[in-house]
Structure formats: structure tokens, C-alpha cells
Design a protein. Structure first.
Length: 302
């Protein structure tokens, strides 16, 4: 089975994300290991690392991945920003390694100058440098396919294949497919033929064995819009069928399918564990499509 889960907040400490995942019945989990709007975060305390690892083991939530800071741009031609991005990437890998995570999900970056081919080569060069500095680590770098807004890279499978080729097929590289990004960038998931063509294209160019993470997000914008706007499952331009296809396709068995949909405005500043009704709604939608839950029965008015 595809393992259904969500991105959960680490407000109150990284272990709180595991408890939130348990409260929502998650089978897999994605977190930030620090503030995603900062270059570097406060070092993880040894006791927090031990508790996190223990709770992950006890709960059976697996895999767990982190999402890298949005500040990182692996493709930049600016030397200062590139050095900051490299340092931040190494920090993300160190934190994920300490927590025993499967990998770090990261966007390839934005082409700030020159050609896309040159920018893709810079992405690979930055990743190669990070890998060399952490040659004994097991944590994967999971490159995420993007919606293609502006000059962002990774909106087509050819980009992902080019980065992998520059890295000589490194086994430390995996990939993440986001349903919203796929449709926004022009891949058809809405029809049986389009879905089959899309997955076959990914397998041919990249290799489905390298698919490590799935992000489950409906899209506010139609196919080919190149606009990244997440919507609740079944309420956007994808509808329910693309998610049903993925959840019941044996090629994706064992992969985590993680929602990144809008959450309720709940306060987590004190580290409270609260069940989010929007997360419940989206997770239950996926569970029904997987056949785990019965469809909701509408109640009669009055």
C-alpha cells in the first residue's frame, strides 16, 4: 500500500511532529527540521534527537522525510547566494541524518541567469560538493518536481534526468512527485491515457525506483498553468480520480503520499497537540480512495 501521511509542524520541538502524526493516524511524515525561512537553525539537542528516533520507532511511522528551507537556491549563479545555499543544504543533511530520516526534499532551484542547461549543471555541482563533504551519510537528497513558476527548474522530467546524469546516477539522489506540480507544469493526470503516459515518461527518463516521496495536493489552477496553488483533495482541478489511480497502483506501493494542503488556523505556539479538521478531511479522502474508509454519507437537511 501507499503510506498516507502529512507534513506536520514541529512547534514545541521536533518530537511534537511525531505526536501530531499519531493523532491524525498518519503512516508517514514530513517535517521541517528548523524554521524554513532561516538559513540555519538552532542545533538539535541530543535528548530531542533520541526522543524523536524512539517515538518514530515505537509508532511505526515510516518513512519520515524533511523539507529543506525555501531560501536555498542550488541553481543560482550568484557566488554569495550559492555558498549560503551550499552551507544550508549541508546543515539540512546533517539534521536529517541525526534524526534518522530517509531524506531531505528540496526544489532544484531557480535559474537566475544564463541558460537552463547551465543552471542544471550548477545544481548538480552544488549537490556534488555537499555529498563530498558528507561522504559517510546515508540520508538521501530528494529532488522535487516543480510547477514551473517563473524560471524555476525541475518542471519537466528531462530536468531531473539531466541533474541525475551530471551526478553520474548517484544512489544518494531520489525524487519527489507532487500531484499539483505535475498538473500545473502540463502533465496530464486526469485521464487514464495521460496518467499512464506521465508515469511511463518518468520511469523512462528517471526511473520509478528513484521515486521516494509523493506529495498529494489538488490544484487551484488547471493543467499547464505553471502556477503552484494547492487545493484540498478532490476540490480542485484534479478531482479524486488521479489520487485513486496512484493509491491503487502497485508501482507506488510502500511510498509515502504526504498532504501539504491548507491547515486550520490552530495555535501551536505552546506545542499543543490538536487534531486539525482540514488535515482529517484530506487524509480521510485519501483513505477512502485507498479503500480503507467507507465514503461519507451526506446527512439530510433538518
Amino acid at each position: 500500500m501507499v503510506r498516507i501521511g502529512a507534513h506536520m509542524s514541529i512547534a514545541g520541538g521536533v518530537t511534537k511532529a511525531v505526536e501530531r502524526a499519531v493523532a491524525h493516524g498518519c503512516e508517514a511524515l514530513q517535517i521541517f527540521t528548523k524554521n524554513a525561512s532561516q538559513w540555519r537553525g538552532k542545533p538539535l539537542e541530543l535528548e530531542a534527537i533520541r526522543t524523536f528516533r524512539r517515538r518514530v520507532g515505537e509508532t511505526g511511522i515510516t518513512p519520515v522525510v524533511s523539507h529543506a528551507s525555501y531560501l536555498i537556491n542550488l541553481a543560482t549563479a550568484d557566488a554569495v547566494l550559492r555558498d549560503l545555499s551550499l552551507q544550508a543544504l549541508v546543515d539540512e543533511l546533517d539534521r536529517a541524518e541525526a534524526l534518522g530520516l530517509l531524506g531531505v526534499v528540496i526544489h532544484p532551484g531557480t535559474c537566475t541567469s544564463g541558460t537552463e542547461a547551465e543552471a542544471l549543471a550548477r545544481v548538480a555541482a552544488t549537490v556534488r560538493t555537499a555529498f563530498r563533504s558528507r561522504s559517510r551519510q546515508r540520508t538521501l537528497l530528494v529532488l522535487e518536481h516543480t510547477a514551473g513558476q517563473g524560471r524555476s527548474l525541475g518542471y519537466c522530467f528531462e530536468h531531473l534526468a539531466a541533474i541525475l546524469d551530471h551526478l553520474d546516477g548517484s544512489p544518494r539522489v531520489g525524487f519527489c512527485l507532487d500531484t499539483c506540480h505535475l498538473v500545473a507544469s502540463g502533465y496530464d493526470l486526469l485521464t487514464d491515457t495521460g496518467f499512464a503516459t506521465t508515469i511511463e515518461g518518468f520511469d523512462r527518463l528517471v526511473g520509478i525506483h528513484r521515486l521516494k516521496v509523493l506529495h498529494a495536493n489538488d490544484s487551484k489552477r488547471p493543467c499547464g498553468s505553471r502556477v503552484d496553488r494547492h487545493e484540498h483533495i478532490g476540490e480542485g482541478c484534479l478531482g479524486l480520480e488521479p489520487f485513486r489511480r496512484i493509491l491503487n497502483d502497485p508501482r507506488f506501493a510502500g511510498r509515502p503520499m504526504l498532504i501539504e494542503t491548507e491547515k486550520s488556523p490552530l495555535s501551536e505556539r505552546a506545542g499543543a497537540i490538536q487534531v486539525d479538521p482540514l488535515d482529517v478531511k484530506n487524509l480521510d479522502a485519501l483513505r477512502r480512495l485507498r479503500g480503507q474508509l467507507q465514503p461519507a454519507v451526506p446527512t439530510s437537511p433538518g
